[in-house]
Design a protein around this ligand. Structure first.
Ligand code: DC
Length: 222
């Protein structure tokens, strides 16, 4: 079998990364979390004290950003200028920075080839917002994974609490809805299902049920 690409897009908290990680392991594919790449740019902008919504400011620092993606025991690690920032990019406030910097076309162009390179070298399951539409339009399988904003906020809330971060449900829900709006309404590569994507709504599902659904789609299509 040649290189195979599976694209999983959808709003935040739909379960993309958890499910993609599990399936990648089962299939022996590389899992690429593209949101982590945007988060790394967001983190740099945050640390520099810049306004993530200001395209000119964000573009001016791109030449200083060297992003590397490595795998430790099969787990994706993000390096920013040589520093392992895998934990730092998951801080709640970085989500909104990532969403804002990702709306600027030069940021998307800057990261495009990096993402495509992985699919050239390996069989991948790549998750993000525009993988099926822009990054890998020829992916063999495209899935658009979604769920109600309440369900997604609840999952994200439990994840953050488990990591010891101090957040309340209402704030997480509000932030998720704001990010949905930003991600779906930006002019360049907005969050939307590719015409040939299979749309899967995981509202009310357990993780096992969602994994089984996607596993069956992948089995059928491969
Ligand atoms: O998947 P995530 O929540 O970690 O992504 C963080 C932000 O990055 C998200 O709000 C939108 C942006 N993003 C994007 O624009 N395109 C992608 N392929 C992946 C993420």
């Amino acid at each position: 079998m040649g290189k195979v690409a599976i694209a999983i897009d959808g709003p935040s908290g739909a379960g993309k990364s958890t499910i993609a990680k599990l399936l990648a392991k089962e299939l022996g594919f590389i899992y690429v979390d593209t949101g982590a790449i945007y988060r790394t740019v967001g983190l740099y902008v945050f640390r520099k004290g810049l306004d993530p919504a200001d395209e000119e400011q964000v573009v001016s620092i791109l030449p200083e950003v060297n992003i590397e993606l490595t795998y430790k025991d099969g787990v994706q690690c993000m390096f920013l200028n040589g520093e392992d920032v895998s934990g730092a990019i998951r801080e709640h406030q970085i989500s909104s920075y990532a969403s804002k910097v990702s709306a600027h076309p030069p940021v998307r162009a800057f990261l495009l080839e990096k993402q495509r390179d992985y699919a050239k070298k390996f069989s991948v399951i790549m998750d993000g917002r525009d993988i099926g539409t822009v990054v890998l339009p020829d992916a063999e399988i495209k899935i658009f994974l979604t769920a109600s904003s309440e369900d997604r906020a609840n999952r994200r809330y439990l994840e953050l609490i488990e990591k010891g971060q101090k957040v309340d449900f209402e704030t997480v829900h509000r932030d998720i809805k704001e990010r949905d709006f930003n991600d779906a309404n930006r002019a360049t590569a907005p969050l939307k299902a590719a015409d040939d994507a299979i749309v899967v709504d995981t509202s009310g599902n357990t993780l096992e049920q969602s994994v089984e659904l996607l596993r069956n789609i992948v089995k059928e299509r491969l």
